[in-house]
Design a protein around this ligand. Structure first.
Ligand code: ADP
Ligand code: MG
Length: 265
Protein backbone atom coordinates (compact mmCIF):
# COMPACT_ATOMS: atom_id res chain seq x y z
CA UNK A 1 0.00 0.00 0.00
CA UNK A 2 1.08 3.59 -0.54
CA UNK A 3 2.94 5.20 2.33
CA UNK A 4 0.94 7.63 4.42
CA UNK A 5 1.64 11.26 3.58
CA UNK A 6 3.55 13.46 5.98
CA UNK A 7 6.29 12.53 8.40
CA UNK A 8 6.23 9.03 9.84
CA UNK A 9 5.87 8.69 13.57
CA UNK A 10 7.37 5.50 14.89
CA UNK A 11 5.56 3.47 17.49
CA UNK A 12 7.96 2.78 20.34
CA UNK A 13 7.59 -0.60 22.05
CA UNK A 14 9.49 -1.72 25.16
CA UNK A 15 9.98 -5.44 25.78
CA UNK A 16 10.05 -5.69 29.57
CA UNK A 17 10.19 -8.21 32.38
CA UNK A 18 12.56 -7.83 35.30
CA UNK A 19 13.08 -11.59 35.31
CA UNK A 20 16.02 -12.73 33.19
CA UNK A 21 15.83 -15.54 30.68
CA UNK A 22 12.15 -15.13 29.78
CA UNK A 23 12.66 -14.32 26.11
CA UNK A 24 12.89 -10.51 26.05
CA UNK A 25 15.90 -10.38 23.76
CA UNK A 26 14.70 -13.26 21.58
CA UNK A 27 11.36 -11.48 21.20
CA UNK A 28 12.93 -8.09 20.46
CA UNK A 29 15.18 -9.53 17.74
CA UNK A 30 12.65 -11.81 16.07
CA UNK A 31 9.62 -9.54 16.35
CA UNK A 32 11.79 -6.74 14.97
CA UNK A 33 12.98 -8.89 12.08
CA UNK A 34 9.43 -10.06 11.34
CA UNK A 35 8.22 -6.45 11.31
CA UNK A 36 11.07 -5.52 8.96
CA UNK A 37 9.97 -8.33 6.62
CA UNK A 38 6.61 -6.56 6.26
CA UNK A 39 8.45 -3.52 4.98
CA UNK A 40 8.40 -1.55 8.22
CA UNK A 41 11.49 0.46 9.02
CA UNK A 42 12.69 -0.93 12.34
CA UNK A 43 15.17 0.31 14.92
CA UNK A 44 16.14 -2.07 17.71
CA UNK A 45 17.54 -0.53 20.86
CA UNK A 46 19.72 -2.74 23.03
CA UNK A 47 19.07 -1.41 26.52
CA UNK A 48 20.65 -4.24 28.48
CA UNK A 49 24.31 -3.95 29.55
CA UNK A 50 24.69 -7.64 28.72
CA UNK A 51 24.44 -6.66 25.05
CA UNK A 52 22.62 -9.84 24.05
CA UNK A 53 20.56 -8.13 21.37
CA UNK A 54 23.72 -6.65 19.90
CA UNK A 55 25.39 -10.08 19.85
CA UNK A 56 22.23 -11.74 18.57
CA UNK A 57 22.34 -9.48 15.51
CA UNK A 58 25.91 -10.41 14.75
CA UNK A 59 27.55 -7.26 16.14
CA UNK A 60 30.60 -7.58 18.39
CA UNK A 61 29.81 -5.46 21.48
CA UNK A 62 33.46 -5.28 22.57
CA UNK A 63 34.50 -3.70 19.30
CA UNK A 64 32.06 -0.78 19.58
CA UNK A 65 33.59 2.64 19.90
CA UNK A 66 30.23 4.18 20.65
CA UNK A 67 27.09 2.63 22.04
CA UNK A 68 23.74 3.69 23.43
CA UNK A 69 25.60 4.53 26.64
CA UNK A 70 27.40 7.43 24.96
CA UNK A 71 24.12 8.79 23.60
CA UNK A 72 22.53 8.67 27.03
CA UNK A 73 25.26 10.25 29.09
CA UNK A 74 27.46 12.31 26.83
CA UNK A 75 26.69 15.48 24.94
CA UNK A 76 27.35 16.07 21.29
CA UNK A 77 27.36 12.42 20.30
CA UNK A 78 25.98 12.00 16.77
CA UNK A 79 23.30 9.30 16.75
CA UNK A 80 24.28 8.34 13.21
CA UNK A 81 27.71 7.37 14.45
CA UNK A 82 26.13 4.97 16.93
CA UNK A 83 23.43 3.35 14.80
CA UNK A 84 24.62 0.13 13.15
CA UNK A 85 22.92 -1.26 10.08
CA UNK A 86 22.51 -4.98 10.63
CA UNK A 87 23.42 -6.77 7.43
CA UNK A 88 21.54 -10.04 7.91
CA UNK A 89 18.22 -8.25 7.64
CA UNK A 90 16.83 -4.84 7.11
CA UNK A 91 17.03 -3.33 10.60
CA UNK A 92 19.00 -0.64 12.36
CA UNK A 93 20.45 -1.21 15.81
CA UNK A 94 21.44 1.05 18.67
CA UNK A 95 23.93 -1.37 20.20
CA UNK A 96 24.96 -1.74 23.84
CA UNK A 97 27.77 -3.26 25.80
CA UNK A 98 28.89 -3.44 29.40
CA UNK A 99 29.46 0.35 29.45
CA UNK A 100 25.70 0.64 29.92
CA UNK A 101 25.94 -0.90 33.39
CA UNK A 102 27.49 2.38 34.58
CA UNK A 103 24.49 4.30 33.28
CA UNK A 104 22.19 2.88 35.93
CA UNK A 105 24.29 4.70 38.55
CA UNK A 106 25.25 7.77 36.51
CA UNK A 107 21.66 8.51 35.47
CA UNK A 108 20.72 9.07 39.12
CA UNK A 109 22.36 12.50 39.17
CA UNK A 110 21.04 13.63 35.76
CA UNK A 111 18.31 16.23 35.36
CA UNK A 112 15.07 14.55 34.21
CA UNK A 113 16.84 11.24 34.58
CA UNK A 114 13.78 9.16 33.65
CA UNK A 115 13.33 10.95 30.32
CA UNK A 116 16.76 10.69 28.75
CA UNK A 117 15.94 7.78 26.43
CA UNK A 118 12.55 9.25 25.60
CA UNK A 119 14.12 12.50 24.41
CA UNK A 120 16.69 10.60 22.43
CA UNK A 121 14.19 8.34 20.66
CA UNK A 122 11.70 11.13 20.00
CA UNK A 123 14.28 12.61 17.66
CA UNK A 124 14.32 9.35 15.70
CA UNK A 125 10.57 8.85 15.42
CA UNK A 126 10.32 10.27 11.93
CA UNK A 127 12.88 7.83 10.57
CA UNK A 128 11.24 4.56 11.60
CA UNK A 129 7.89 2.84 11.77
CA UNK A 130 8.71 0.81 14.85
CA UNK A 131 11.35 1.25 17.55
CA UNK A 132 11.79 -1.77 19.82
CA UNK A 133 13.59 -1.45 23.17
CA UNK A 134 15.08 -4.61 24.69
CA UNK A 135 14.93 -3.80 28.41
CA UNK A 136 17.31 -5.16 31.06
CA UNK A 137 16.28 -7.70 33.73
CA UNK A 138 15.65 -5.17 36.50
CA UNK A 139 13.20 -2.42 37.43
CA UNK A 140 15.91 0.22 37.80
CA UNK A 141 16.39 3.50 35.98
CA UNK A 142 17.15 1.89 32.64
CA UNK A 143 13.80 0.11 32.62
CA UNK A 144 12.05 3.27 33.85
CA UNK A 145 13.67 5.11 30.93
CA UNK A 146 12.44 2.41 28.54
CA UNK A 147 8.89 2.64 29.92
CA UNK A 148 8.94 6.44 29.80
CA UNK A 149 10.07 6.38 26.17
CA UNK A 150 7.55 3.77 25.04
CA UNK A 151 4.03 3.95 23.67
CA UNK A 152 3.48 0.29 24.49
CA UNK A 153 4.93 -2.54 26.55
CA UNK A 154 5.24 -6.18 25.53
CA UNK A 155 5.71 -8.54 28.47
CA UNK A 156 7.19 -11.95 27.70
CA UNK A 157 6.27 -14.58 30.28
CA UNK A 158 7.94 -17.96 30.40
CA UNK A 159 5.38 -20.79 30.56
CA UNK A 160 6.89 -22.12 33.80
CA UNK A 161 5.69 -22.25 37.38
CA UNK A 162 6.38 -18.96 39.18
CA UNK A 163 6.12 -17.12 35.85
CA UNK A 164 3.43 -14.94 37.40
CA UNK A 165 5.62 -14.10 40.34
CA UNK A 166 6.93 -10.61 39.89
CA UNK A 167 4.39 -9.65 37.24
CA UNK A 168 2.40 -7.64 39.81
CA UNK A 169 5.54 -5.68 40.62
CA UNK A 170 6.07 -5.02 36.91
CA UNK A 171 2.46 -3.91 36.30
CA UNK A 172 2.71 -1.67 39.41
CA UNK A 173 5.81 -0.06 37.96
CA UNK A 174 4.04 0.40 34.62
CA UNK A 175 1.10 2.06 36.43
CA UNK A 176 3.42 4.43 38.28
CA UNK A 177 5.16 5.41 35.06
CA UNK A 178 1.72 5.99 33.49
CA UNK A 179 0.68 8.22 36.39
CA UNK A 180 3.85 10.22 36.76
CA UNK A 181 5.77 10.24 33.52
CA UNK A 182 4.02 8.77 30.50
CA UNK A 183 0.19 8.84 30.60
CA UNK A 184 -0.09 7.33 27.11
CA UNK A 185 1.77 4.14 27.99
CA UNK A 186 -0.21 0.95 27.35
CA UNK A 187 0.40 -2.74 27.75
CA UNK A 188 0.25 -4.01 24.16
CA UNK A 189 0.28 -7.63 25.24
CA UNK A 190 1.61 -10.47 27.34
CA UNK A 191 3.46 -13.10 25.35
CA UNK A 192 3.72 -16.71 26.47
CA UNK A 193 7.23 -17.96 25.69
CA UNK A 194 9.09 -21.28 25.95
CA UNK A 195 5.79 -23.11 25.72
CA UNK A 196 6.09 -26.89 25.68
CA UNK A 197 2.83 -28.35 24.34
CA UNK A 198 3.86 -31.86 25.42
CA UNK A 199 3.70 -30.98 29.09
CA UNK A 200 0.53 -30.50 31.07
CA UNK A 201 2.54 -28.08 33.14
CA UNK A 202 3.12 -25.60 30.30
CA UNK A 203 -0.55 -25.74 29.33
CA UNK A 204 -1.62 -25.14 32.93
CA UNK A 205 0.64 -22.14 33.29
CA UNK A 206 -0.62 -20.64 30.03
CA UNK A 207 -4.21 -21.22 31.13
CA UNK A 208 -3.54 -19.43 34.42
CA UNK A 209 -1.94 -16.50 32.60
CA UNK A 210 -5.03 -16.21 30.37
CA UNK A 211 -7.32 -16.44 33.42
CA UNK A 212 -5.35 -13.70 35.14
CA UNK A 213 -4.95 -11.30 32.20
CA UNK A 214 -7.63 -12.20 29.64
CA UNK A 215 -7.51 -10.45 26.27
CA UNK A 216 -4.18 -8.80 26.99
CA UNK A 217 -2.48 -12.14 26.36
CA UNK A 218 -1.40 -12.51 22.73
CA UNK A 219 -3.00 -15.39 20.84
CA UNK A 220 0.45 -16.18 19.53
CA UNK A 221 2.46 -18.40 21.87
CA UNK A 222 6.18 -19.04 21.34
CA UNK A 223 7.11 -22.70 21.68
CA UNK A 224 10.29 -23.94 23.26
CA UNK A 225 12.75 -24.96 20.56
CA UNK A 226 16.51 -25.28 20.37
CA UNK A 227 16.35 -23.19 17.18
CA UNK A 228 16.31 -20.01 19.31
CA UNK A 229 19.59 -20.60 21.16
CA UNK A 230 21.03 -21.64 17.77
CA UNK A 231 20.02 -18.34 16.19
CA UNK A 232 21.70 -16.34 18.98
CA UNK A 233 24.90 -18.25 18.35
CA UNK A 234 24.54 -17.64 14.61
CA UNK A 235 24.00 -13.92 15.20
CA UNK A 236 20.84 -13.64 13.14
CA UNK A 237 17.07 -13.65 13.60
CA UNK A 238 15.17 -16.90 13.17
CA UNK A 239 13.35 -15.38 10.20
CA UNK A 240 16.58 -15.52 8.23
CA UNK A 241 18.34 -18.42 10.03
CA UNK A 242 15.41 -20.81 9.69
CA UNK A 243 12.85 -18.84 7.75
CA UNK A 244 10.26 -21.56 7.35
CA UNK A 245 10.56 -22.99 10.88
CA UNK A 246 7.59 -22.88 13.27
CA UNK A 247 9.50 -20.37 15.44
CA UNK A 248 9.91 -17.97 12.51
CA UNK A 249 6.24 -18.35 11.63
CA UNK A 250 5.24 -17.70 15.26
CA UNK A 251 7.11 -14.39 15.34
CA UNK A 252 5.56 -13.39 11.99
CA UNK A 253 2.13 -14.09 13.46
CA UNK A 254 3.07 -12.08 16.55
CA UNK A 255 4.14 -9.19 14.30
CA UNK A 256 0.67 -9.15 12.71
CA UNK A 257 -0.97 -9.19 16.14
CA UNK A 258 1.23 -6.37 17.37
CA UNK A 259 0.51 -4.26 14.28
CA UNK A 260 -3.23 -4.86 14.64
CA UNK A 261 -3.16 -3.85 18.30
CA UNK A 262 -1.04 -0.78 17.64
CA UNK A 263 -3.29 0.39 14.80
CA UNK A 264 -6.27 -0.01 17.09
CA UNK A 265 -4.69 2.33 19.60
P1 ADP B 1 15.93 -12.49 28.30
O1 ADP B 1 16.29 -11.45 27.30
O2 ADP B 1 14.57 -12.30 28.89
O3 ADP B 1 16.97 -12.68 29.36
P2 ADP B 1 16.50 -14.38 26.17
O4 ADP B 1 15.67 -13.98 25.01
O5 ADP B 1 17.93 -13.97 26.15
O6 ADP B 1 15.82 -13.89 27.52
O7 ADP B 1 16.37 -15.95 26.33
C1 ADP B 1 17.11 -16.64 27.32
C2 ADP B 1 17.67 -17.90 26.70
O8 ADP B 1 16.62 -18.74 26.30
C3 ADP B 1 18.52 -17.65 25.47
O9 ADP B 1 19.56 -18.58 25.44
C4 ADP B 1 17.56 -17.90 24.33
O10 ADP B 1 18.23 -18.35 23.16
C5 ADP B 1 16.68 -18.99 24.90
N1 ADP B 1 15.31 -18.92 24.38
C6 ADP B 1 14.55 -17.83 24.19
N2 ADP B 1 13.34 -18.15 23.71
C7 ADP B 1 13.34 -19.51 23.58
C8 ADP B 1 12.37 -20.47 23.12
N3 ADP B 1 11.16 -20.11 22.69
N4 ADP B 1 12.73 -21.78 23.13
C9 ADP B 1 13.96 -22.15 23.56
N5 ADP B 1 14.90 -21.30 24.00
C10 ADP B 1 14.60 -19.99 24.01
MG1 MG C 1 17.89 -10.10 27.36
Amino acid sequence: SAPAPGPKRATILAVCNQKGGVGKTTTSINLGAALAETGRRVLMVDFDPQGSLTVGLGINPHALELSVYNLLLQRNVDVDEVIVESDTDDVDVLPANIDLSAAEVQLVSEVAREMILSRLLDRLRDRYDVILIDAPPSLGLLTINALTAADGVIIPLECEYFALRGVALLTDTISKVQERLNPDLEIVGILGTMFDSRTLHSREVLQRVVEAFGDIVFHTVIKRTVKFPETSAAGEPITSYAGTSPGARAYRTLAREVLARCHAR
